[in-house]
Design a protein around this ligand. Structure first.
Ligand code: ZN
Length: 261
């Protein structure tokens, strides 16, 4: 029997008609889907017979065809735009929250986090202030990984077991701290499907970007074509190694800004 492979999808803020996005830079908007596009994708998942799972459920690697649905950042649209679509279709999901942003304009309030939790969605942690973990001292890493966990646990009143890395950046120190803090998994932004043999502290995840045709989305859910994304990702990674995170971000936003004009 073939081992079951599960693609973990990564979403961010969703766009609702007439509602301003939290940020407007091209590098941010690239990861923002219209609620309507998100609905089409979720309907495709449902009609194709896939199960939509939270991270906790996905880590049991059921044999039935499944995708894992995750959101980063803790935007208010998690509750008001994504939640209703998922609920209507009976799909589960994990929402990774940036603990220090809760209550800020555009982000979930603590009450809304409790509401999302009460609806049965899984709540995870996406750091305290959204820095690149690989740039931090050990002390700051503990704040971002451990203190953030405690802060969200205080809000929901139960353990938080899953962490996702801001901007997909991490190193072995960050992973070690997460494991010792009691997290059961850490999600990255590496383009691979996960299976029972995957290190739960280095889960692959595929960012769903604006303008992705539905056929490509379907292929992604089936785990097809991820190697192409891996090749592009490796190229980006080498440029980043040479330039450093900050210079890389400047270069990226100027390139994206030009191509979107
Ligand atoms: Zn993020």
């Amino acid at each position: 029997m073939a081992a079951s492979r599960i693609v973990f999808l990564m979403y961010h803020e969703l766009e609702l008609p007439g509602r301003k996005l939290i940020q407007s830079e091209p590098g941010y908007v690239r990861y923002i889907l219209l609620q309507e596009t998100f609905r089409e994708q979720m309907e495709w998942i449902k009609s194709s017979g896939f199960h939509g799972l939270s991270v906790g459920k996905a880590l049991r690697y059921p044999q039935e065809p499944s995708v894992c649905i995750t959101f980063d950042d803790g935007c208010e649209t998690d509750l008001i735009a994504a939640g209703p679509v998922l609920q209507k279709l009976g799909l589960a999901a994990t929402f990774y929250l940036t603990a220090g942003f809760l209550g800020d304009p555009g982000y979930l309030s603590p009450d809304q986090v409790r509401e999302l939790d009460a609806l049965g969605f899984e709540i995870g942690c996406h750091s305290l202030t959204h820095p690149y973990l690989s740039d931090l001292s050990d002390l700051d890493l503990r704040r971002e990984i451990v203190d953030a966990k405690l802060r969200i646990e205080e809000i929901v009143g139960h353990p938080i077991e899953h962490f996702s890395c801001p901007g997909g950046r991490y190193d072995s120190r960050a992973l070690g701290i997460a494991r010792r803090a009691g997290y059961r998994s850490v999600a990255t932004s590496r383009f691979y499907a996960n299976h029972a043999g995957t290190n739960p502290y280095q889960l692959g995840r595929v960012a769903i970007v604006r303008g992705l045709p539905l056929d490509d989305f379907a292929a992604t859910c089936r785990g097809q074509g991820l190697w192409k994304k891996r090749v592009q990702d490796r190229a980006r990674h080498s440029v980043r190694q040479i330039l450093g995170n900050r210079a890389y971000d400047r270069l990226r936003s100027s390139l994206l800004g030009e191509s979107s004009r």
